[in-house]
Design a protein around this ligand. Sequence first.
Ligand SMILES: [Mg+2]
Length: 250
Amino acid sequence: MHPKIVFLDMEGTLLKKEYRLDDGLVAPSAWTLLAERLGQDCLRDEQDTKKQWLAGGYKNYLQWMKATVDIHRRYKLTEAVFREVIESVEFMPGVDEALADLRGWAATTVLISGGFKALADRVQRRLRIDHALSGCEYFFDAASGQIEHFNLLPADERGKADFMRLMCVEHQVDPHDCAFVGDGMNDIHLAREVGFSVAFNAQEALRAVSAAVIDQATGNEDFREVVSVLGDRFARRDMRKDANLRTVSP
Ligand SMILES: [Mg+2]
């Protein structure tokens, strides 16, 4: 039996991770790429929000995103710079073949990301993903090119699990018959609630709650191994989660 729905994280999972921006705390993402593009002061301010988030300084993910949007406004982010950064993010090797395989299983695919809708749109279109929820959509002013308005959605942390449950209800599927693939500590809520989770080149907190762990050398990542693990092990997901279920590749 294959998973009925495969839930997918985006950054660091379907898209390559920017290891040079990884501070070992919050997983690197286009939020940080944008801040870096806007200069060292902006990067410092953005990193301060991460520290504040980890210290419990924001009520929820929406409040954290709003603080970051305020920083983007302060440093006068324009649509041109935003597009440039969004287009610069590279896909994880093997994702095209892997997603074609998931479609072959007749699995519904759902992308859930706390990142930008513009980035999720790129990924969803190329990989023909069925549903996508993302954290932030920017609307830019045509004359100035700067942020005119924005839409923020609770698409990260606990919100990832909430959206998973919503999609399961809608599709009339038990979460136990679903799989998840992600890489960050922000994915643990969702990873814990589905039948089988794969930690893909992931942070420790996610590895600890996942049924399978895929470790690949930096520069040799290949998403096709996720399909191979799901194909081999999803049907046996009720077996005890222990070291024997883990996969490690060179
Ligand atoms: Mg991620």
